[in-house]
Design a protein around this ligand. Sequence first.
Ligand code: ZN
Length: 276
Amino acid sequence: MKHKGIEKKLFFYIIIIILIIIISIFMIFIKNKNNQKDFNSNINNNISSSISNTSSISNDEIARQIKEIDNKLDDPLLRLITKELPLNSNYLPELITINNLNKQVDKRILNDLNKMLSDGKKANINLYIQSAYRSYNVQKTLYENKINNLLPKYDNDNATATIEAGKIVAPPGTSEHQYGMSLDIVEKSVSSLVPEVEEKTATYKWLYKNCANYGFILRYPKNKTDITGIMYEPWHFRYVGIENAKTIMSLGITLEEYIEQLLNEKNILEEKNKIE
Ligand SMILES: [Zn+2]
């Protein structure tokens, strides 16, 4: 009798252990499946930092993420300046002179710019600043001069000369240089700004590889002229902050595409909020 009782107990324990094992395996399976879901959604969203596991986040968390995206979209560091989104003629950043150069930038970018310049120097790279802040009036003069230069070529047709000039010099208000966060950096002080020449220099190669660490992006890349509306400029670098720059440069996208991705993410989150 006693012997049978022990057998019964043993059988009961074995059943319990088997059940625990089955439940554990099931839990691990579910967890892996969720991880895979996160991984896929991150790939889809491209920007890895923002949305993770949207399938299980609370409404508060969604609201927080939307706020975070809104803050980014309002961040002056990400301000788009294009022909469609020009600056006011009286827009004037708080300017500061770069070291003892005769050039100025928005004071918010000076620290990171100085770090980039000194690290470049340590790596024996020539980083010559051809152009930094340009006022509205300076841009206006450059633009008008270009139109005048082109007039004879187009039989004094002002409309055509104006269109053609706009392809080479940004019309006043539409140049990032007026914003004070962009610089043209080249290898030599006397540069003709020819893309095929500049892109082969050690200066460009170093900048392309390292600029994001100091918050800068290559603003007008080679295969993106249809998106930016500006020719390939392997010398024009724009400050957007280190975190943004690292994302933009590692994905090989433009500021336009980055902003579009942020808006897409916001839409997804807002949709999600409606469903919940
Ligand atoms: Zn430029």
